[in-house]
Design a protein around this ligand. Structure first.
Ligand SMILES: Cc1ncc(COP(=O)(O)O)c(C=O)c1O
Length: 455
């Protein structure tokens, strides 16, 4: 499938020797977040803020109006976001987690519950920071990594209804649907599930919001997999999805096709006023929210480009092709392939490592050692419960590694290289050693943890 663009500006990538990579990862405390970008050949750590902008985005950036208040760039951004989402109140923020903090501190009270199909890590942390409790209710199909059910990102509607009707029902302050479900294999949420959740929340008078960082990719997967939406354009599907919710919080570092940005979308005027006051005190005036005028311009244009069906189809096809190469090499990935990332089943590839030896982390380190590839563990290191001595008490349900694919950055040749490195590891997996934690922070452990290999 041909991408609908060609490359005009390129950026060199680094090729280190095996010895240089060994020294780099050791001095990074075996934590890929501590590596320098110029020590990496292929960077699949995140698809957030790592995409390439278009010539049209760079052209409109020159129109950036940097007025402190009421900038022309703000109105262009607001009109684009407003027409996409249908929400009357839009607040710009510098990135998604800033939106989470502003929204949750005005919407959730200490002791309340926030329910999600799966909270993203910063979302989880921001719910806890306001004294509320995050509860994940993914659908049962999500637990079968190999099943090709089309909408494994859905929320479990029966479990949600049970919670709302049960003794804790009165404590639920928010239902937040993450589209696509980044914490659970980039799986999409169906329109049927969004609509049913919306109706359930309305019946119980509970606000229903979207964490819509990948709204366009979710819309594409709906277009492909949900027959009733086959003839609808991705933008129209996305608008319909926003229509089911009372508001949204969006990181635009993904489907905004830009390095920075986000917004909160709201229907409720009072909530808007409360969030706006908080935004002005902590992010910036409500017509820029911590963003420069040129960022607002790039975002407004990026939001036009991201819903292009040709772009979405080419991106989905590229991810699916990479998944096929990896699966053919004997490495299982969460099925079916989503769009923004592939999730490797490290637990199955490295059965000689117990969860306490962090097989996902071990595979991630090996990808760096063998090929200069950076990626993120989504297993017991990230999600497991530990005691104060960093000993694993409760392992994560799965030991996964996420290969996130930046937008419009790598060609299929780069992705073939990654698959080839994985294929080599799969030929002799027993050479991959486990790891133990040397030090770790109390929250969001994976960002700052330091480890050492087990000899
Ligand atoms: C689903 C989801 N929500 C929220 C965020 C937070 O966004 P940001 O990184 O812009 O703060 C992310 C970031 O990756 C995400 O994937």
């Amino acid at each position: 499938m041909l991408p609908p663009y060609r490359i005009k500006v390129v950026e060199p990538i680094a090729f280190l020797s095996a010895e240089q990579r060994r020294m780099a990862i050791a001095s990074a405390g075996y934590n890929p977040f501590n590596l320098r970008a110029d020590q990496i050949t292929i960077d699949l750590l995140s698809d957030s803020g790592t995409g390439a902008t278009s010539d049209a985005q760079e052209a409109v950036a020159a129109l950036g109006d940097e007025s402190y208040a009421g900038a022309r760039s703000w109105f262009r951004f607001r009109d684009q976001v407003g027409s996409l989402t249908g929400y009357p109140f839009i607040l710009p923020v510098h990135q998604g987690r800033a939106g989470e903090r502003v929204l949750f501190s005005n919407l959730l009270k200490p002791g309340q519950i926030c329910v999600s199909n799966t909270h993203f890590d910063t979302t989880h942390a921001n719910v806890e920071l306001v004294g509320a409790r995050p509860v994940d209710l993914p659908c049962a199909e999500a637990a079968d990594l190999d099943s090709s059910e089309p909408f494994k990102g859905n929320i479990d509607l029966d479990a949600l209804e049970h919670l709302l009707d049960g003794p804790d029902g009165g404590k639920v302050g928010l239902v937040l649907m993450t589209i696509t479900n980044n914490g659970l294999g980039a799986q999409p949420v169906s329109m049927a599930n969004l609509k049913a959740t919306s109706e359930l929340c309305r019946r119980h008078r509970i606000p229903f919001f979207l964490d819509a960082a990948r709204f366009a990719e979710n819309a594409w997967l709906v277009h492909e997999r949900e027959p009733a939406y086959r003839d609808m354009a991705p933008r129209q599907i996305a608008t319909t999805a926003f229509g089911y919710a009372d508001g949204c919080v969006v990181s635009l570092k993904k489907d905004g096709l830009s390095a920075v940005g986000g917004f909160i979308g709201l229907r409720d005027e009072q909530l808007h006023a409360a969030c706006e006051a908080n935004l002005i005190a902590t992010e910036g005036f409500s017509t820029y929210g911590g963003l420069a005028g040129h960022d607002l311009e790039r975002l407004a244009q990026g939001l036009r480009e991201v819903v292009d069906p040709w772009y979405l189809q080419a991106r989905a096809a590229s991810t699916a092709r990479m998944a096929q190469l990896i699966n053919d090499a004997g490495v299982d990935t969460v099925q079916p392939a989503g769009i923004h990332a592939l999730y490797l089943n490290a637990g199955r590839l490295l059965p000689h490592l117990s969860p306490a030896q962090f097989p996902g982390h071990a595979l991630g380190c090996q990808l760096y050692l063998d090929g200069g590839i950076r990626c993120a563990e989504l297993g017991s290191l990230y999600l497991g419960a530990m005691d104060e001595n960093h000993q694993l008490v409760t392992p994560a349900p799965f030991e996964l590694v996420r290969l996130a694919i930046p937008r419009r950055v790598y060609t299929d040749t780069h992705l073939e290289y990654v698959a080839a490195i994985l294929a080599d590891i799969a030929k002799d997996p027993e050479r991959v050693s486990g790891y133990r934690i040397v030090s770790a922070p109390p929250i969001l452990r994976h960002f700052k943890v330091r480890l050492e290999p087990l000899t």
